[in-house]
Ligand binder design. Structure first.
Ligand SMILES: Cc1cc2nc3c(=O)[nH]c(=O)nc-3n(C[C@H](O)[C@H](O)[C@H](O)COP(=O)(O)O)c2cc1C
Length: 138
């Protein structure tokens, strides 16, 4: 399974690695890939999109690399499941609500337990990420 993320200061990257840990605990292969290393063709055939990006700009996805990548999913999101995750700071998670809505509009089915962490994931959030990895790889 492929986990694709953007992270400026490592918080979302830590979440990506924890989700990967949950997946590999289930005996499945997990690849953690920075979005700049991925082309849209690499994930065309994935059933589950596992995507992580922090809240940037003002409640936006990171604009340079991640936003254009998500834009491209408009044509490939149909019928896929999407697990979204990311870190945020001072906001209330609006970026994630908007992002979920957007993936839904692309025809993807959203996991109800997309996970957001306030800055660095605390112990509870770390556990949540691992559990989520286990759940989606069953
Ligand atoms: C340029 C910039 C814009 C940000 N905008 C928001 C925001 O609109 N809302 C929010 O809750 N946090 C915002 N943050 C805080 C980040 O989401 C937070 O620091 C997060 O932990 C970064 O995750 P990362 O370590 O994966 O890069 C912003 C941070 C930066 C650097």
């Amino acid at each position: 399974m492929k986990i694709i993320y953007w992270s400026g200061t490592g918080n979302t990257e830590a979440m990506a690695n924890l989700i990967a840990k949950g997946i590999s605990n289930n005996g499945k292969e997990a690849e953690v890939l920075s979005v700049d290393k991925v082309k849209i063709d690499d994930i065309k055939n994935e059933n589950i999109l596992i995507l992580g990006c922090p809240s940037m700009g003002a409640e936006m996805l990171e604009e340079g690399e991640f936003e254009p990548f998500i834009q491209e999913l408009e044509n490939f999101g149909q019928g896929k499941k999407a697990l979204l995750f990311g870190s945020y700071g001072w906001g209330d998670g609006q970026w994630m609500r908007d992002w979920e809505e957007r993936m839904f509009s692309y025809g993807s089915q959203i996991y109800s337990d997309c996970v957001i962490a306030n800055y660095e994931p605390d112990e509870d959030k770390k556990e949540e990420c691992i559990e989520l990895g286990k759940k989606i790889s069953r």
